[in-house]
Design a protein around this ligand. Structure first.
Ligand SMILES: O=C(O)c1cc(C(=O)O)c2c(n1)C(=O)C(=O)c1cc(C(=O)O)[nH]c1-2
Length: 234
């Protein structure tokens, strides 16, 4: 199946359903989030971050060729780190610290919203239960994530200067890692797709993943919106 057969419909779905369209991200980029909203997002996104290597380990166990496993295992190192590199989880913790959050609090999971927990668990279980084609396809949002991250870095540097720029290293590193991951996963999926049914499964997995990211932001937006917090207190 040609690249046109997968990448174009993926990008069409992303245009409508990827979380760059979510109001929380739009407000983040406009620079209008409060400190509490941004801290709430960082804390809750840590729940997603810490589960990425777990879902990648589940995918790794489904790959039958050494070549594919060698490619995929690098994702674990990207997040968990190596002797030479602290890794993405550590960089996310430093982002949290730069925003005034305590790393012990991030690790404790206290404050992770029910909707976030369910969305992340849904993603991990999807990768646990589905076959390799769908599990790999669910990572394909990384084809579009790097552009969003570049926008986010610019927005943080412009609007959220109270966060030390050292904290942005997670996103800076992730732009290139995400581009490579997205390209590799797309190549794998293109090799594997043989039938229209396979193609439909890939697109459905991608839609599911868009829903995971959307649901995560819905939960954060609802819980930390300044007006809803006032209403909760009242
Ligand atoms: O901040 C974002 O907008 C964003 C989005 C995504 C994504 O689209 O799944 C990932 C990340 N960040 C990210 O940092 C990351 O490590 C990551 C791994 C994966 C994946 O599905 O394997 N997605 C993403």
């Amino acid at each position: 199946m040609s690249a046109l057969g997968i990448e174009e419909p993926l990008r069409e779905i992303a245009e409508r359903r990827y979380h760059h369209r979510h109001r929380f991200n739009i407000r983040m980029h406009e620079g209008v989030l409060t400190r509490e909203e941004l801290r709430g997002w960082i804390l809750n996104r840590f729940c997603y971050q810490r589960h990425i290597p777990i879902k990648d380990a589940l995918i790794l166990a489904k790959l039958e060729s050494p070549k594919h496993r060698r490619m995929w295992v690098r994702r674990l190192h990207d997040h968990d780190g190596t002797d030479e590199d602290e890794g993405g989880i550590e960089r996310w913790l430093r982002l949290g610290e730069a925003a005034g959050l305590d790393r012990a609090e991030l690790w404790s999971g206290t404050g992770v919203l029910p909707g976030v927990r369910l969305a992340v668990e849904g993603y991990v279980n999807f990768c646990r239960l589905r076959g390799p084609l769908e599990a790999v396809a669910s990572s394909l949002t990384e084809v579009v994530a790097p552009d969003l991250m570049a926008t986010r870095i610019a927005a943080f540097e412009k609007h959220y200067t109270w966060i030390d720029s050292e904290g942005l290293r997670y996103f800076q590193r992730r732009v290139d890692q995400g581009r490579r991951d997205g390209r590799e996963a797309l190549e794998l999926v293109e090799q594997w797709v043989r039938t229209p049914e396979d193609r439909s499964r890939v697109l459905a997995a991608f839609e599911f993943k868009c829903d995971v990211l959307w649901a995560l932001l819905d939960a954060v937006e609802h819980a930390y919106r300044p007006e809803s917090r006032q209403a909760d207190v009242g």
